[in-house]
Design a protein around this ligand. Structure first.
Ligand code: FES
Length: 107
């Protein structure tokens, strides 16, 4: 378990959803309500950038073929282009926390 600082909360409040590139990988960071969610940045279908997708509650829709992932656990709600959810792998998610203006994930 390694908590790593990903971004500041002020930026996240302004943008809602961002992609953070680190030495360890690329992560989707979303602020929904007052809660931060962190997941791998790339769609498990064809590696589209999920930070460019649309959030619907705690779900995010891929901008390329509209697969829908649940950010609370990474599960697939809808597969790409109307395919069943089990047609693609779930999204990897990470625990997140804030301390002051800093956003951390357990990577
Ligand atoms: S790349 Fe995301 S649904 Fe195809």
């Amino acid at each position: 378990m390694t908590w790593k600082r990903l971004c500041d909360l002020t930026t996240l409040r302004r943008k809602g959803v961002i992609r953070v590139d680190t030495d360890d990988g690329e992560y989707l960071v979303a602020l929904i309500g007052e809660r931060v969610y962190v997941a791998d940045a790339w769609c498990t279908h064809q590696k589209s950038d999920l930070s460019l997708g649309i959030t619907e509650g705690t779900r995010i829709k891929c901008p390329l073929h509209q697969a829908v992932f649940e950010l609370t656990d990474g599960s697939v709600v809808e597969g790409p282009s109307g395919e069943p959810p089990d047609s693609i792998r779930p999204l990897r998610t990470y625990r997140a926390k804030t301390e002051g203006d800093d956003v951390y994930a357990d990577l």
